[in-house]
Design a protein around this ligand. Structure first.
Ligand code: FAD
Length: 283
């Protein structure tokens, strides 16, 4: 289907992008276009103006902040993540997971900012960034603010980025010996997940986030508490996951019933934690 007529702007600076977004009701950022263009073709969204972020080179950078956080610009593509030496040093799980998203075309165009701002419950990055304890920097006409991952995802297609605002970067703590894991079951190879789980294990601290079981990533806090300070043997991780499925209220659809998703949530969380525990540098 052809797109409905839409205004188009291609600002040269982040300030111009923010002022365009703030001054037009119905203006939306255009990043890789892998979701928004399809949604517009399906007439599920009809922005009046697309503010193309393609020329905002500062949003394409990957680097480190003065306090050692890995900083990923909102316009960094999955392909860039996969080839980044900074990501490899600080948090290689990001490259690993990015390499499993869809296909080469989507990985070349799709961006970190688009992936999280669309807040699709089946997207790979939201649960991973929650488990890693990332923070999100949002710029608007009133200035800049930082939002932790646990508060960023508000619902399907809804995040802490308000109308007129722009996500500029995602900051991820360096692993410092932590181990990270990601596991789940996809509809097909390189496909969308039916359920996934991400885990980060650092010293005594365990963070686990589940994807595809609710509108936004779900922290498995009871399982985290049971594991914190305990040994991460297969037996104790399995026992900590007991009851996790029953605490969830996942959807039922053509790909899996709610009960099947509850089961997958337990299996995926166990696999993600064991993978993360096995990758820790300090033991
Ligand atoms: C065939 C296919 C299969 C896919 N499979 C998967 C998959 O398995 N896993 C997965 O994770 N993803 C998958 N995707 C989605 C893909 O990852 C998209 O790239 C992603 O959802 C959106 O990123 P984008 O850069 O293309 O954003 P766009 O489509 O350009 O934008 C998406 C939304 O985010 C907003 N936005 C973008 N950037 C910003 C910003 N900086 N600040 C504020 N708002 C912003 C836009 O206004 C829009 O509403 C798939 C896509 C396709 C086409």
């Amino acid at each position: 289907m052809l797109l409905r007529e839409v205004g188009y702007a291609r600002p040269a600076t982040v300030e111009d992008a923010v002022s365009l977004l703030a001054s037009h009701d119905g203006a939306r950022p255009l990043a890789g276009g892998q979701t928004i263009v399809n949604v517009m073709k399906a007439r599920a969204a009809a922005p009046d103006v697309l503010v193309d972020l393609a020329d905002l080179h500062e949003l394409r950078a990957i680097g480190f902040s003065s306090d050692g956080l890995l900083e990923i610009g909102a316009m960094v593509t999955y392909t860039q993540l996969m080839g980044s030496s900074e990501v490899e040093v600080a948090r290689p799980i990001l490259a690993e997971v990015a390499s499993t998203i869809a296909d080469v075309q989507v990985r070349n165009r799709g961006t970190v900012g688009g992936n999280v701002c669309v807040s699709d419950p089946t997207n790979h990055l939201p649960p991973l960034l929650v488990a890693l304890g990332a923070t999100f920097t949002i710029r608007g006409s009133a200035g800049e603010r930082t939002v932790p991952a646990d508060e960023f995802f508000l619902g399907v297609y809804m995040t802490a980025v308000a109308e007129g605002e722009l996500l500029t970067k995602v900051s991820v703590p360096p692993s410092s010996g932590a181990g990270d894991g990601f596991a789940g079951v996809t509809i097909g190879r390189h496909g969308t997940y039916i359920v996934d789980a991400a885990a980060a294990v650092s010293g005594d601290d365990v963070r686990i986030a589940l994807g595809c079981v609710a509108a936004t990533p779900v922290r498995a806090t009871a399982m985290e508490e049971r594991l914190t300070g305990n040994d991460l043997s297969e037996e104790s991780v399995r026992s900590a996951a007991d009851g996790l499925g029953a605490s969830l209220d996942p959807p039922s659809d053509v790909h899996g019933s709610a009960d099947y998703r509850r089961h997958l949530a337990e299996v995926s969380a166990v696999r993600a934690v064991l993978q993360a525990a096995g990758r820790r540098k300090e033991k």
